[in-house]
Design a protein around this ligand. Structure first.
Ligand code: CDV
Length: 310
């Protein structure tokens, strides 16, 4: 078995307020990239929609949202310093942002940038939570279904600097299908960013469960797929709207090996032994040997739960 190590960091972000400029946010990202590199990182994971506040909580016209919060080019002059620093330091990163694609379609997107500062992979969020209509009886909205199209690139694995990376975004982390599709492409590390409000506007969920279900999803899926999972949150109170922290790096054992302590900008970093994932994939989760896809048909044939099979 190989003994391959990856310096893997998660750069959690504290709040980004409505009045914060992109340039100010990028300065924070650059500072965390530098700290991560000094602590041995080769890959740094930033949150979902890292450049702006979590704007799907606000109702506005799509055209206004796109003008204020979306990027039509990546990199663009405001974000370029992050790409430049990555190349200078020789460190890669994952970054979530709102993308206005060339054809004008809006996506909740993340990119993989390699150690040369080049975009080496792109993912557009598939599991979009929330609603598209205005809810008048809740303290805030969750309008991802209004502002974003469902991602059209699938779950893909990108090999960069000899590491196989899978990417997803926030709500995707709660769906086992996400990780399994990536693991079937031999992903070694799954990277994700998230913005998870501490209050659930859809049903009355105790606040502690928000963190508990976040961690359960990451830990179970890391273990069941033999992958490292690196999850970066944007957290704390954005203009009075609180989001959970608890950004983590999870080993293929399902154990949390690093976890943030604060709800502010904070870097955690580990030396991730990629051979640990190989161990699980060759034994208990040896897919080629043990999977029985002929008995999993319903997973792709049905969307919602229905009647028992005849
Ligand atoms: N940004 C997200 O996708 N947030 C969801 C919330 C709505 C539950 C999440 O799964 O954390």
């Amino acid at each position: 078995m190989s003994n391959r190590k990856l310096g893997l960091a998660v750069a959690q972000m504290g709040p980004v307020h409505l009045t914060d400029s992109r340039s100010a946010v990028v300065l924070r990202l650059v500072a965390m990239l530098q700290e991560a590199k000094a602590r041995g990182a080769e890959m740094v994971v930033f949150p979902e929609l890292a450049l702006t506040t979590f704007f799907p909580r606000y109702w506005m016209d799509e055209s206004e949202a796109q003008a204020r919060f979306f990027e039509a080019q990546m990199p663009n002059p405001e974000v370029q310093p992050l790409f430049d620093e990555a190349r200078k330091l020789g460190v890669g990163f994952y970054l979530g942002y709102a993308e206005l694609a060339e054809d004008g379609r809006p996506y909740n997107t993340c990119i993989l940038v390699n150690r040369n500062g080049e975009i080496a992979g792109r993912y557009r969020k598939i599991h979009l939570p929330g609603h598209a209509d205005l809810k008048s009886d809740v303290p805030f909205q969750h309008l991802e279904k209004k502002y974003f199209d469902v991602g059209n690139l699938g779950f893909r694995v990108f090999e960069s600097e000899a590491v196989k990376y899978g990417m997803c975004l926030c709500n995707d982390r709660r769906w086992p299908e996400t990780y399994r599709v990536l693991a079937l492409q031999s992903a070694e590390v799954v990277m994700l960013g998230y913005n998870t409000p501490s209050l659930n506007i859809h049903w009355n969920e105790p606040v502690h469960l928000r963190t508990s279900t976040h961690l359960i999803s990451l830990q179970a899926n890391a273990y069941q797929n033999g992958v490292w999972v690196a999850a970066a949150g944007k957290c704390g109170s954005e203009d009075g709207h609180h989001m959970i922290g608890s950004s983590v790096i999870v080993a293929p054992t399902g154990e949390i090996v690093a976890r943030t302590l604060t709800e502010e900008d904070e870097v955690i970093c580990v030396s991730a032994d990629l051979s640990l994932g190989e161990h699980f994939r060759q034994h208990v989760f040896n897919f080629a040997k043990h999977r029985r896809p002929e008995h999993y048909r319903l997973i792709v044939d049905r969307v919602g739960a229905g009647e028992p099979l005849p």
